[in-house]
Design a protein around this ligand. Structure first.
Ligand code: SAH
Ligand code: SF4
Ligand code: F3S
Length: 491
């Protein structure tokens, strides 16, 4: 194995999208501007929201800084998905406490899901916090800052049925200049029993498709070559120019009345048509909603990436029912069959798995492992169940699987995933992939790194290639998480 790729970790519970953080890397604060530092936890939606926050604050004459010690305003954009995510934020607030002692004028705001979950209680529990703002209150942030300037605390945790921030042009905070996120919807109506998101993000709503296409077009013109369309459940995207209200649309559909609707497959096509050189990704797909129409649209456009994040959560039908996922093991397998049938075996699929949900037996846990054997995921985010206050599971079921059992089951899931990831990587040996270059490899300036359509990271010698190029790379070595290859010359 090459030195280059040794030790690149495969995903574990510690390195998942939800527990990693995004910091501001750009210093945009100019003369006469106050300085804002933002740190974001949780999912990509949160990272994308921080870019909206930076834009709103920019209008109020705040520029960004990458150094929290010189900030006038610190925002923590927080996550509530598991207990550990919340603990991380509380620890971080302790660090900022020290900074605030030396700088009494410093304003500290907590945004996002934890702010929404705890509301005013946050101000009592964490005395250094000045602002608490939920995910739908970001337009109000300049006003909340003014209130703090005037000696008060600022709180807005109102959840909206309409807000999509469609007209706000995000400030790209942590950008490589090649790949960007575009939020296409907000909220979630699914009510999985373990999940806090419907409570922290409110009702599901879809963003105007024309504003999405415009954002993609502008990104392309600025040199971006990949966009990821984001939502908790992108396959239930639905928008009508007549009235953008999900309940209204569903009522019309039930009555069998004709309404012209743009669904997710339509939206994907609209974005794919921006340019054949703009790659399109999306996340997350809910197994109950992903349609063959979406799969055929993916097949039709080379620039829609052949990668689907399709979280199963469990491989057992009884557990899935307790989770209120509204599909069975068989339904899930049928959707996977459809993906491989329509898009071919090299379409990559990834998952999220929860080990040790309430009342899960050893046999039911085995069903998760055998489902993994069936699908052969490229990649998974894996967690043990963490009870969240206020969720249906917390109210209805006992969190009865001991922590050591949860952890053991989780380790078995991680071990199985590692085998499958390696197997999937090995299938790529000898093959040539189109790679979009995102920058230098983490380990060497002589090598570049990018991803193929299947979302696998590929490292290769730089030669004369640069960020933003599409390069055909032949793979000759791999680990579970990374492929390594060499550019092949094109005629
Ligand atoms: N909308 C996505 C999930 C977003 S949350 C979907 O439905 O697939 C990301 C992942 O966190 C979930 O898929 C789930 O695996 C995990 N998760 C959510 N709540 C959890 C909890 N209470 N304990 C452990 N993991 C949880
Ligand atoms: Fe949570 Fe389920 Fe919604 Fe995903 S679909 S955000 S797991 S409630
Ligand atoms: Fe966390 Fe909220 Fe995302 S709870 S995972 S930041 S939607």
């Amino acid at each position: 194995m090459s030195d280059l790729i040794k030790d690149i970790p495969l995903v574990t519970e510690e390195s998942t999208s939800e527990s990693c953080e995004m910091k501001v890397t750009e210093n945009t604060a100019g003369e006469g501007q106050r300085k804002l530092y933002i740190e974001s936890y949780g999912c990509q939606m949160n990272f994308s929201d921080s870019e909206i926050v930076a834009s709103v604050m920019n209008e109020a004459n705040f520029g960004t800084t990458s150094n929290f010690e010189e900030a006038d305003l610190i925002f923590l954009n927080t996550c509530s998905i598991r207990e550990k995510a919340e603990q991380t934020v509380r620890n971080r607030l302790k660090n900022f406490h020290k900074v605030k002692k030396n700088k009494p004028g410093l304003i500290i705001g907590v945004l996002g899901c934890m702010a929404e979950r705890l509301k005013e209680k946050f101000l009592e529990e964490e005395k250094i916090v000045d602002i608490v703002a939920g995910p739908d209150a970001y337009r109000d942030l300049p006003k909340l800052v003014q209130e703090v300037d005037g000696g008060d605390k600022g709180v807005n945790v109102f959840l909206s049925r309409e807000e999509t921030y469609a007209d706000i042009n995000p400030v790209r905070l942590n950008s490589n200049g090649v790949t960007a996120f575009i939020s296409i919807m907000r909220g979630c109506d699914n009510m999985c029993t373990f999940c806090v998101v419907p409570f922290t993000r409110g009702r599901e709503r879809s963003r105007d498709p024309h504003s999405i296409v415009k954002e993609a077009q502008e990104l392309f013109e600025q040199g971006y070559r990949e966009v990821t369309l984001l939502g908790q459940n992108v396959d239930s995207y639905k928008w009508s120019s007549e009235e953008n209200n999900k309940a209204w649309l569903e009522k019309k559909e039930k009555k069998g009345e004709e309404v012209e609707v743009i669904n997710f497959a339509n939206l994907l096509e609209m974005v794919a048509k921006v340019s054949p050189d703009l790659r399109v990704r999306f996340s997350t797909s809910h197994p109950k909603d992903i349609t063959n129409e979406v799969l055929y649209t993916m097949k039709k456009y080379e620039n829609i990436c052949k990668y689907i994040h399709l979280p199963a959560q469990s491989g057992n039908t009884r557990v899935l029912e307790l989770m209120n996922r509204t599909y069975t093991r068989e339904w899930y397998m049928e959707r996977v069959d459809a993906i491989y049938r329509i898009l071919g075996d090299d379409c990559a699929i990834s998952s999220d798995m929860i080990a040790g949900f309430c009342t899960e037996t050893e046999e039911e846990h085995q069903d998760t492992l055998t489902l993994m054997d069936y699908v052969k995921y490229d990649f998974s985010f894996m967690f043990h169940y963490s009870e969240r206050p206020g969720t249906l599971a917390a109210k209805k079921f006992e969190d009865d699987i001991p922590l050591d059992v949860k952890k053991r089951r989780l380790n078995e899931i991680i071990a199985r995933q590692t085998e499958h990831s390696l197997e999937r990587s090995q299938q790529a040996l000898g093959k040539t992939f189109k790679v979009l270059v995102e920058g230098f490899s983490k380990r060497s300036d002589e090598h570049l790194q990018g991803r193929n359509s299947q979302n696998k990271v590929i490292v290769f010698p730089k030669e004369n290639y640069k960020k933003g190029d599409y390069v055909m790379v032949k793979v000759h070595d791999c680990t579970a998480a990374t492929l390594i290859g060499e550019a092949v010359k094109q005629d």
